[in-house]
Design a protein around this ligand. Structure first.
Ligand SMILES: *[C@@H]1O[C@H](CO)[C@@H](O)[C@H](O)[C@H]1NC(C)=O
Ligand SMILES: *[C@@H]1O[C@H](CO)[C@@H](O)[C@H](O)[C@H]1NC(C)=O
Ligand SMILES: *[C@@H]1O[C@H](CO)[C@@H](O)[C@H](O)[C@H]1NC(C)=O
Ligand SMILES: *[C@@H]1O[C@H](CO)[C@@H](O)[C@H](O)[C@H]1NC(C)=O
Length: 286
């Protein structure tokens, strides 16, 4: 099966599946993700795979060779040592994308504002991001959301968005700190949504936005998700943790089917992915 990728407005991939008679199909849910690409070996294998988007986490820490300390490195808290710094990560991906037609997109998940502020002060990082002709997503949990762990502090929303504006073609991927407990049957609240929309308005966000939302909570938030997406240029990125179990997948399908394949990215474990109607949607773009 032949698949070609190109970029529309730096945001969407068009998947044109030649085996299906040259029809253009825009199903964002079919875009594939590598998760926590936080070390050299996994970055290399992800680049050499058919995966579209590389998701990676950034914290402040030191490089394993001890050459640099107190810089943005690839890692998930509580880790603070990595064989890959953020500047190395973006330059390796950028070099790869210069040499390959099937370009990889990147989603950089900043775990604290210090890592982000330090990143955007770095000239190499800024130069690469400014010139990137592939999807670049800047992600942070900027608000406190449902069942959030008391110690998981949101990233400063104003500073994050202000910094994101330096890269107007990048996608701002914005989420809430959350927890999960299927027995509680809670989802995103109206006030979570209002708060997010107010942040966008107050900070005069004009660049592409996707909301990063947790699958098990989305299942309980049909009205809230519709309200969240009231600006029809915004999209949803549904993610799920491997241990998030026991929620109602039919309800999740109901919410997602109502929003549709043009507006939902799906970055969830394969087992959940295989149960989502979106993935089997045959909706074809005219
Ligand atoms: C990178 O991955 C390729 C293909 O999987 C492999 O052949 C190569 O040895 C790897 N290189 C490094 C430096 O790990
Ligand atoms: C990394 O974490 C350890 C253990 O929490 C801490 O002692 C150390 O100071 C941290 N190092 C850096 C560079 O942040
Ligand atoms: C909708 O979002 C886009 C992209 O962020 C922004 O430019 C536009 O101003 C927003 N529209 C409204 C009505 O807020
Ligand atoms: C989607 O299609 C795959 C492969 O045909 C199948 O295994 C899966 O169960 C289907 N999922 C849904 C939700 O229909």
């Amino acid at each position: 099966m032949l698949r070609s990728h190109c970029i529309l407005f730096g945001l969407l991939f068009i998947h044109s599946d030649i085996s299906q008679g040259y029809k253009m199909q825009i199903n964002l849910a079919t875009i594939t993700w590598a998760h926590a690409v936080n070390d050299k070996a996994y970055l290399n294998s992800s680049l050499n795979s058919g995966i579209d988007m590389l998701e990676a986490d950034i914290v402040i820490g030191r490089t394993a060779d001890n050459k640099e300390n107190n810089i943005p490195i690839m890692g998930h808290p509580p880790n603070n040592v990595s064989d890959l710094s953020l500047s190395q990560f973006v330059s390796i991906v950028d070099e790869f994308n210069k040499r390959n037609a099937a370009k990889k997109g990147i989603k950089l998940d900043f775990k604290c504002i210090e890592a982000f502020e330090s990143a955007i002060r770095n000239e190499e990082f800024s130069a690469i991001l400014s010139k990137a002709n592939y999807p670049v997503w800047l992600n942070a949990d900027i608000l406190e959301g449902p069942l959030a762990h008391p110690q998981s502090n949101p990233v400063d929303a104003t500073l994050f968005i202000k910094g994101g504006k330096l890269f107007p073609r990048s996608v701002l991927s914005l989420g809430w700190t959350t927890g999960f407990d299927a027995t509680k049957k809670v989802g995103y609240t109206e006030s979570n949504v209002r708060e997010m929309l107010r942040v966008l308005e107050t900070n005069e966000v004009r660049q592409p936005v996707t909301f990063a939302v947790r699958a098990g909570l989305v299942a309980e938030s049909k009205n809230e998700m519709n309200k969240l997406l009231s600006n029809n240029t915004h999209t949803l990125t549904v993610w799920s943790a491997i241990n998030d179990e026991g929620f109602d997948v039919d309800k999740l399908n109901d919410v997602l089917d109502g929003i549709g394949i043009r507006r939902i990215y799906v970055d969830v474990p394969d087992e959940l992915k295989s149960q989502l109607n979106l993935l089997n949607s045959t909706q074809i773009d005219a």
